[in-house]
Write a protein that binds this ligand. Sequence first.
Ligand SMILES: NC(=O)c1ccc[n+]([C@@H]2O[C@H](COP(=O)([O-])OP(=O)(O)OC[C@H]3O[C@@H](n4cnc5c(N)ncnc54)[C@H](OP(=O)(O)O)[C@@H]3O)[C@@H](O)[C@H]2O)c1
Length: 214
Amino acid sequence: MRIGLVGGTGREGTGLALRWARAGHEVFVGSRDSERGVAKAAELAAEHGITLSGGDNLGACAHGEVVIVTVPYSAHAPTFASIREAVTGKVVVDITVPLKPPKVRSVQLPAGSAAALESQAILGDGATVVAALHHISSEHLGDPAHEFDCDVLLCGEKDARETVAKLIEDLGLRAIEAGTLENAVALESMTPVLLFINKKYGATAGLRITGMPG
Ligand SMILES: NC(=O)c1ccc[n+]([C@@H]2O[C@H](COP(=O)([O-])OP(=O)(O)OC[C@H]3O[C@@H](n4cnc5c(N)ncnc54)[C@H](OP(=O)(O)O)[C@@H]3O)[C@@H](O)[C@H]2O)c1
């Protein structure tokens, strides 16, 4: 599948680009600065012997059948506003956790909402937002030798969710569909909890759903 990463030069975006390119997807690393996107794609290609391309964020949107937005919450609203026209008709994955440093171990969701609900409101009916990957460490994604023992819970509209679930399996993770986009409130809230547990116990905590069939 053609995958475009908006803000793909960062920690999480780089790990996703690496793993999806290794799985055979056509990946485009986007950046605010086209040269930075090209350079990051070239760096990953040289380091890992993979094929991928890069450029600016609108290029990533044009390339992707599915577009993943991987920017900090402080850049969330302006970034979604800037890609609104470019993602019409597409599935857009929002991995944003609305953290407000330095209090990253306490839940600080936008009042009565979630980052993913905000992004769907910004994009309107033209694109379908799926919320996913909030609990997956960029360090683990970026290490091809790391084998995950945790799950990815994702939420959004059914068809879009199923498309994204398949892509998540290609990262080497088990995907568990977890309802409509409103449930992003719960998914985004769990990241500060995991960050607290990591600090308290020196852990690299993830979520695993028990009692699943098969
Ligand atoms: N890091 C993790 O382990 C992790 C895990 C789960 C979820 N997340 C979520 O993933 C998202 C990205 O996290 P990250 O750690 O990858 O972030 P990051 O490395 O700090 O930044 C990602 C990219 O966002 C772009 N960016 C930065 N400031 C921007 C601004 N003001 N306007 C527009 N673009 C900007 C940059 O790309 P350019 O400068 O090239 O444009 C940067 O490379 C966050 O929402 C975070 O909550 C992160």
